[in-house]
Design a protein around this ligand. Structure first.
Ligand code: GLU
Length: 552
């Protein structure tokens, strides 16, 4: 029985050839140097921070080069598939504004001429490729039961040999086509394996775009290409899809490095040119006890990309952070070009850290602070309102009720050369500004007074301030002069230099007097510009707050 007859027996319904598919999915007509890359997750329902980083880079490179970025869903492994798992991924990508040129748009829609982009819908294509290999004598049906595979393993362990289905252990390699046909006709279950042409003693070289040259032993395992359910295993699907979708760059996590010898071999047996590979270092975290470990979706809430949405950390800030950990030169570039964004920066594989990136939430929050500090007050208002509508309805209605007032609050020390950086996320803004709203300035207030603690003294300072010095219409200089006069009248030092030189001669300074006023109207000794705060609060509120303090 010829290989061709065996192939026809296994795949009688497959009538197309590889050439037919190559014609259907021709080389892409793109400018020189354009990169075609993809994000290829299993439909697990969410995107982990590490995969988001891969997706982000897989999109950035085609964007920089005028290429194509597409989303392919790899659902041939039932164990990694969850219900509505595709939608979750699409939503996460959408939240991070990682848009696609081609691929899966929703559970039911796809776009692009190189689809279908869901692997389970490509069964016949994989079969065509597998049929070709059988015809060439480069693949064969394997009838080994799980028990037999286990036996081989035990034997290999006993003999201290490499584990796997290879060489003389690959029993079904040695069946004749007649024996194969007979067992198939008899209805014996089987899978299809590659007849690996590799020799473990030989070396194969991968020129990885991130890590440079890596040498591996050649693959000699007769890997499974088609499973018993008729669907391909990952390696084989990767070859078929990335060939026909005309992928130029495989950008993925470095957990796939050890599979590359298999992938290179598959391209070789088909005579296809392999794509370029870029294996991205693992995203890690430093544990409480100082050890580095992989960012874990079980232990680290920040590993789930939904966390950023809930916390109200701007998407752009997360992207800036991802770019910072992706390319070591990005941060200084951004410092030098504060008005430019990620789109203006050219990503470079050579500027990636090989050993992996350390995920540092503190740093991300700092970037977020810088980013929010550069937003306009109206933008802060709009984004905060959007966030609050979803996560803090009470605050949302307060923001809506006092729109202009709120924008004015967010404008304190903003839109200037060195804007104030105190909002790390939208969820943290309320903690910074609550005291500006009477709705929150009630009940059990905890006043954090500074040097001047004596209640009588505080009362005296505030009374005199309101009666004699506070004038709503004063400009900033006049206002400050008056706080100085108030200090002098009460025997406090109004000149900080003089006070620093002779601290013992005074009960305190103008700074301590300001603190009393500040704490009385906000409860906190740490606030943005006091003049601005008083101006926004206005006389009526200030008086009420001072009265309220009297009752405490
Ligand atoms: N489906 C693989 C995963 O879930 C994709 C690996 C690749 O990008 O080649 O990670």
């Amino acid at each position: 029985m010829t290989n061709k007859e065996l192939a026809d027996l296994i795949f009688p319904h497959v009538t197309k050839t590889i050439e037919d598919y190559e014609k259907m999915y021709p080389e892409r007509n793109l400018p020189e140097g354009a990169v075609v890359s993809r994000f290829a997750p299993s439909p697990t329902g969410f995107v982990h921070m590490g995969s988001l980083r891969s997706a982000f880079i897989a999109k950035k490179v085609p964007q920089d080069t005028g290429g194509v970025f597409y989303l392919r869903i790899e659902d041939t492994d039932g164990a990694r598939t969850v219900e509505n798992g595709i939608q979750g991924i699409i939503d996460d990508l959408k939240n991070f504004e990682i848009t696609i040129d081609e691929g899966v748009v929703s559970e039911t829609e796809q776009k692009g001429a190189y689809g279908p982009y869901i692997q389970s819908q490509r069964k016949e294509i994989y079969e065509t490729f597998a049929k070709y290999l059988i015809e060439q004598g480069l693949a064969y049906p394997c009838f080994c039961s799980p028990e037999e595979i286990e036996e081989i393993r035990t034997m290999q362990e006993l003999n201290k040999e490499r584990i796997g289905y290879y060489g003389s252990y690959a029993k079904c390699r040695f069946l004749t086509n007649e024996e194969r046909a007979e067992r198939i006709r008899r209805g014996d279950p089987y899978i299809i394996r590659l007849k690996s042409p590799g020799n473990f003693q030989n070396k194969v070289v991968l020129q990885d775009l991130v890590r440079g040259k890596i040498e591996f032993p050649e693959n000699d395992l007769d890997i499974v290409i088609i499973k018993s359910d008729g669907l391909p295993l990952y390696h084989f699907a990767h070859l078929v899809d990335d060939h026909l979708m005309r992928t130029t760059h495989i950008i993925r996590g470095d957990e796939w490095i050890s599979s590359t010898p298999v992938h290179l071999q598959l391209f070789q047996v088909f005579g296809f040119e392999p794509p370029k590979y870029a294996h991205l270092g693992t995203v890690m975290k430093v544990d409480e006890n100082g050890t580095r470990r992989k960012l874990s979706k079980r232990k680290d809430p920040e590993a789930a990309v939904s966390y950023y949405h809930q916390q109200g950390i701007p998407v752009e800030a997360v992207k800036l952070y991802l770019m910072t950990i992706a390319n070591t030169n990005f941060e200084s570039w951004w410092d030098q070009n504060p008005t430019l964004g990620i789109d203006d920066f050219k990503f470079d594989f050579k500027k990636m850290s090989v050993s992996g990136s350390l995920f540092d939430l503190e740093k991300l929050l700092n970037i977020s602070k810088s980013y929010i500090s550069r937003m306009k007050a109206t933008e802060v208002y709009d984004s905060l309102l959007l966030w609050a509508k979803e996560f803090d309805q009470e605050f949302a209605s307060i923001l809506e009720k006092y729109k202009d007032y709120s924008i004015a609050i967010f404008n304190i020390e903003r839109e200037q050369k060195k804007p104030r950086k105190d909002y790390a996320s939208f969820s943290s803004i309320k903690d910074c500004v609550w005291y500006m709203y009477d709705e929150y300035f009630t009940g059990d207030l905890e006043y954090q007074f500074g040097k001047i603690q004596d209640r009588e003294e505080i009362r005296k300072i505030l009374k005199l301030y309101l009666e004699k010095y506070y004038q709503e219409s004063d400009d900033k200089d006049t206002w400050f002069q008056k706080v100085k006069q108030l200090s002098e009248e009460l025997g406090y030092c109004s000149d900080m230099k003089e006070y620093k030189a002779n601290p013992d001669q005074y009960p305190g300074s103008v700074a301590d007097i300001s603190t009393v006023i500040r704490v009385a109207v906000t409860t906190s000794a740490m606030t943005p510009d006091l003049y601005e705060i008083l101006r926004l609060l206005g006389r009526e509120r200030i008086e009420k707050r001072i009265e309220l303090l009297e009752t405490k």
